[in-house]
Design a protein around this ligand. Structure first.
Ligand SMILES: [Zn+2]
Length: 111
């Protein structure tokens, strides 16, 4: 676990955070990211304190095509599961279809 870590939740500010695990980082000079879960709000976040410059460099160097190819199959499964849950949760007497999220985002962006 890294020494330069937040001691509060990034979302709610609670000190009730529990260490989960370390993950390897290949996008900036901080090579090990320590992940924590807040016992109050449930959010999971990276606890490492990194500079804005490091974050900017990490995101500007990210190969987004490779990144999204890596998670493409998992995202498709998550979306399919979300659609099934919505269909079972929403009961309309008339027929309707659920518009994929990216279509909604594209429609919103056009306005
Ligand atoms: Zn929290």
């Amino acid at each position: 676990m890294n020494d330069n870590l937040m001691d509060v939740c990034r979302v709610c500010g609670s000190r009730a955070i529990a260490y989960l695990c370390d993950t390897r980082n290949e996008h900036s000079e901080t090579k090990t990211l320590s992940n924590f879960r807040c016992e109050i709000c449930g959010s999971v976040s990276v606890g490492n304190i990194v500079s804005g410059e490091e974050l900017g460099n990490a995101y500007s160097c990210l190969n987004t095509r490779a990144y999204y190819e890596e998670i493409h199959a998992k995202n498709l499964n998550k979306m399919a599961e979300a659609v099934q849950r919505l269909k079972s949760a929403v009961h309309f007497e008339t027929s309707f279809s659920i518009m994929p999220v990216r279509c909604v985002a594209a429609q919103t962006a056009k306005r």
